[in-house]
Design a protein around this ligand. Sequence first.
Ligand code: AP5
Ligand code: ZN
Length: 203
Amino acid sequence: PRILLIGPPGAGKGTQSKRIVETYGVEHITTGDALRANKDMETDYGKPREYMDKGELVPDPVVNEIVVAALEDADGFVLDGYPRNMSQAEYLDEQTDLDIVALLDVGREELVTRLTGRRVDPETGENYHVEYDMPAEEEIRDRLEQRDDDTEEVVKDRLDVYDENTKPLIEFYEDRGLLARLDGEQAPDDVWHDLRLAIEDAQ
Ligand code: AP5
Ligand code: ZN
């Protein structure tokens, strides 16, 4: 299947993408991870870091290029973090069809809690949370890091950027009959249950 996961920062796009990949064996196309791995790369628009650390969108040509290269060798895929504005959505439209657009709906308060408490294991990429989900092994606990853009001020800016630039895409995909709205505030297993049903339905 060709799946697009859409939702605000912290909605669980990365968490659910993992399960989609395990279940359907599709490609995980995530502009956020790709950019984080190349934060200091020089582009015609400067380094990705200059935008990401402020919670701003990296310019369209940079992200479009990442996506078009990834789509080339993908049969099925889950897109996570792209498109994020109308012009990216139109660009994607020229590149491929989609089977389903799943929206992970989560309220602002819960997003702030998830993001400011998130810690990442730099060795495995695994996500943890200071209050809800810390690793039992001291060795892992000691090496956890906070993402540069998970501080309270930057989180607020990321959420505003989502409201302004990305939210309009919901209607765009709804008008095309592709949208499935999911309650993303449930526990991860329950979100996955609903998401899987929506994917099966769309095929
Ligand atoms: P990106 O990496 O895409 O970040 P994001 O959209 O802000 O989303 P996150 O990765 O923070 O959240 P997520 O939805 O994946 O949630 P997760 O599963 O991790 O983008 C980062 C930056 O890159 C952007 O700000 C921008 O600068 C740039 N960029 C990226 N794409 C771009 C594009 N297309 N155009 C321009 N610029 C672009 O979960 C979050 C936390 O919650 C975790 O701790 C997790 O364990 C926990 N959690 C997950 N699900 C649940 C649940 N159901 N219940 C409780 N906790 C949960
Ligand atoms: Zn993510």
